[in-house]
Design a protein around this ligand. Structure first.
Ligand SMILES: C[S@@+](CC[C@H](N)C(=O)[O-])C[C@H]1O[C@@H](n2cnc3c(N)ncnc32)[C@H](O)[C@@H]1O
Length: 354
């Protein structure tokens, strides 16, 4: 998924560095989960994973990929649906996804507020999704909710289906990277008809647990061998930049404002988007959380200065900094051209004093 700070392409490197430093254990807390890619990686490695994020759509992904530990068979639902004979050999999730892909279209909150047809009375009609894709998103989202209300799917199956939708939507959104603004010209990807994609589930035999909380509130509850921190690194809050994924996940008809139709995010502001507050919370976490090793991912462009991070960590234990180059693609302010930039990725490794 396109997500600022997504560690999908870096997590193997981070893991190798951890192995080289002999940082291992049985449990792993992904404190700033985002896409849940890091938690997924460590779940595959056999760790018991805890994870949390302020964003609800991240929680949906965490529920489906991290906490869920069974291959969903959609038994109850499949016994009620008429599935075409030639589809019966597909796995159960694929059968449900295929069914959702051919439902008659309905209008709902997304088509009414984020497509040109639904917003034609606004001074600047919104162009986040094509008229058809807006309705497809509503149709699928409403159907998943109906199945939940009718008790035809389990909690796991509910989050798996929502995760399929959350993973699919970004492939069709008419944005240049984040949802704070839509593009004024249709991107080629946004005019293609949305086809729901199944997610790949990850199973291990551990009791993994996920949360939709300010992770700082969890430090007294969770003991972990490895505490992994991947906080926001600049002033840009995540909630407004991903407001549409949040609304599709919650589907709660929020009051929305402005050209982009933004929902309120008062309760989802991160302290890590302000240098001073970030350093205070970092100290609180390093000092009060229960862990063997704390690993902080940060980079050379982050708002917390390197010497301050080292200073804070050395109050608590033995700290080491590992740096490596990373080639990042950045959009310019208009989002229409991309350029490459090398930045230094940093891993701060802290071992607490006994
Ligand atoms: C850099 S991203 C993490 C990316 C993630 N490692 C990945 O691979 O997708 C930072 C995440 O921290 C979340 N966040 C910020 N402050 C938080 C807090 N106090 N508690 C929980 N999550 C927080 C944001 O919502 C965002 O999803």
């Amino acid at each position: 998924m396109r997500f600022i700070g997504n560690k999908e392409n870096l997590v193997e490197k981070i893991y190798q560095i951890m192995l080289a430093k002999n940082i291992q254990g049985n449990s792993f807390f992904d404190f700033f989960a985002g896409t849940s890619n890091v938690g997924r990686f460590f779940k595959k490695k056999g760790y018991r994973v805890f994870s949390s994020d302020l964003l609800y759509f991240s929680y949906v992904l965490q529920k489906a990929y991290i906490e869920n530990n069974e291959i969903a068979n959609f038994e109850k639902l499949l016994s009620k649906l008429t599935i075409k004979n030639n589809a019966l050999f597909a796995n159960p999730l694929q059968q449900i996804v295929d069914y959702l892909n051919i439902l008659p279209l309905q209008e709902g909150f997304i088509s009414q507020n984020y497509t040109p047809q639904g917003t034609q009375n606004l001074e600047i009609p919104r162009m986040y999704f094509s008229n058809e894709n807006g309705k497809i998103i509503d149709t699928i989202r409403i159907q998943i909710e109906v199945w939940k209300i009718e008790n035809l799917i389990t909690e796991n199956e509910y989050f798996i289906l929502l995760a399929c939708l959350i993973e699919t939507v970004p492939f069709y959104a008419n944005i240049s990277g984040v949802y704070a603004a839509f593009q004024k010209i249709w991107d080629a990807r946004a005019v293609k008809k949305l086809i729901l994609r199944p997610i790949e589930m990850v199973i291990n035999d551990k009791e993994n647990k996920v949360f939709n909380e300010n992770s700082v509130n969890l430090i007294s509850e969770i003991y972990t061998d490895i505490l992994y921190l991947d906080p926001p690194y600049n002033q840009r809050q995540y909630a407004p930049n991903y407001h549409l994924l949040e609304t599709i996940a919650k589907y709660d008809n929020p009051i929305i404002k402005g050209v982009s139709g933004m929902r309120s995010y008062e309760n989802q502001k991160s302290q890590f988007c302000n240098a001073e507050n970030a350093l205070q919370d970092l100290y609180k976490i390093a000092k009060n959380a229960s862990y063997n090793y704390l690993v902080l991912s940060y980079n050379s462009e982050g708002i917390m200065p390197q010497e301050k991070i080292l200073q804070i960590f050395s109050l608590v234990g033995k700290v080491e900094l590992v740096e490596f180059d990373y080639l990042r693609f950045k959009s310019n302010n208009n989002g229409d051209s991309k350029h490459k930039k090398i930045i230094q990725e940093q891993l701060y490794i802290l071992q607490k004093n006994d």
